[in-house]
Ligand binder design. Structure first.
Ligand code: NAD
Ligand code: DAU
Length: 337
């Protein structure tokens, strides 16, 4: 099978390529990535010389290029996106360009070149925010209610994918997944930032009261979920993917990281809250479990320990990225008033 992966130099995309080539050496992967601040070819060093892996440096907004690289593809797995909520608040335009118009380009090219299947990687954030102190979960019938420029752009891309299925007969699947963590995550997201700040002897910033809840999934479990959906030959279907059975607040996550790294809670710094900060996410992943037998295999404690070990062993990977990101950190983080 010839697979076009978009955004394969990013966090989840690179984990997916490594996962797929290991488990499906008979397949060929072309990775189309613009190498934005979040893309890093070092993630793919171990496969870069393999005959069944090709890298194309380019933007999914470049229509001509996208038409060319989608020729003769059997499958598109679409990860490429601007992915950080805080950046979408400071600079929303690029989120609309990549996440909406870039996805539109890929869909157009997929139809034109008769690509057999399109798998779209999406997020649970399209469903908005759940209240604290409930057991309510996002389900397949939850209405879309995006509340940040990032989630609105991802919701838009989901609608476009479904519209191309209905209108042009494009075979598609969508996975809406919860928060991923693990190796190769850019050190601006909560886990990577907290762990690397601790290594650097800096405080760990917690937004607002720290009681916001996310549903965490180790990245290789997400890759396995995508694999299960692709292999099922399902079409025109959506699956929700999540990791936890009980709520864990950001503050509890940070406390756990500090404990595992032998530090005290004095390292926590409460900072100004994210505007429009979604309060709680919780994902009902029973459908993918029922239909395809998928379930998370890595517990939060195991995944956290693996992630901490990885950042401790790979300072040369993250330190330059963090140093280059200083101006974003300065703009984003404000003292609590
Ligand atoms: P990331 O920011 O780490 O990586 C994004 C990748 O896309 C980078 O390699 C970047 O260079 C590339 N890219 C960005 N704009 C591009 C463009 N215009 N053309 C080509 N390439 C471009 O993101 P991630 O965390 O790996 O997320 C991947 C996908 O998964 C995204 O679609 C995101 O919405 C979705 N998702 C992420 C999470 C999470 O917790 N990180 C959870 C659910 C869904
Ligand atoms: O839910 C899936 C989404 O998860 C993905 O679609 C996004 O691409 C991904 O970035 C992630 O979005 P979040 O905004 O939930 O992740 P982030 O790591 O930025 O924040 C997690 C929680 O931690 C959130 O409630 C905000 C809080 N936070 C985050 C940072 C970076 C802090 O308290 N302090 C911080 O410094």
């Amino acid at each position: 099978m010839r697979i076009l992966v978009t955004g394969g130099a990013g966090f989840i995309g690179s984990n997916f390529i490594l996962y797929w080539l290991k488990n499906h050496p008979e397949d060929e992967i072309t990775n189309l990535d613009a190498l934005t601040y979040a893309g890093n070819l070092a993630n793919l060093k171990s496969v870069e010389n393999q005959d069944n892996y090709t890298f194309v440096h380019g933007n999914i907004c470049d229509r001509e290029l996208v038409e060319k690289v989608t020729q003769n593809m059997d499958l598109i797995v679409h990860f490429a996106a601007e992915s950080h909520v805080d950046r979408s608040i400071l600079n929303p335009e690029v989120f609309l360009q990549t996440n909406v118009l870039g996805t539109f380009n890929l869909l157009e090219a997929a139809v034109k070149n008769k690509v057999a299947h399109f798998h779209h990687i999406s997020t649970d954030e399209v469903f908005g925010s759940l209240p604290l102190e409930t057991t309510e979960k996002f389900t397949l019938s939850t209405k879309y209610d995006p509340r940040s420029p990032y989630s609105a752009s991802k919701a838009s891309s989901d609608h476009l994918v479904r519209a191309y299925g209905e209108t042009y007969g494009l075979s598609y699947t969508i996975t809406n997944c919860s928060n991923n963590y693990g190796p190769f995550q850019f050190p601006e997201k909560l886990f990577g930032l907290a762990i690397t700040n601790i290594i650097e002897d800096k405080k760990v910033p917690v937004y607002g009261d720290g009681l916001n809840v996310r549903d965490w999934l180790f990245v290789t479990d997400h890759c396995a979920a995508i694999e299960a959906v692709i292999k099922s030959a399902a079409h025109d279907k959506t699956y929700l993917v999540g990791g936890l059975k009980k709520d864990v607040s950001n503050l509890e996550i940070v406390r756990l990281i500090l404990k595992l790294m032998g530090k005290s809670e004095a390292e926590i710094e409460f900072v100004q809250d994210r505007p429009g900060h979604d309060r709680r996410y919780s994902v009902d992943w029973s459908q993918i479990n029922q239909d395809l037998g998928w379930q998370p295999t890595v517990t939060l404690e195991e995944g956290l320990q693996q992630t901490i070990n990885w950042y401790q062993e790979n300072r040369s990977w993250w330190q330059p990225l963090k140093d280059k990101t200083a101006s974003f950190f300065a703009q984003n983080y404000k003292k609590k008033v």
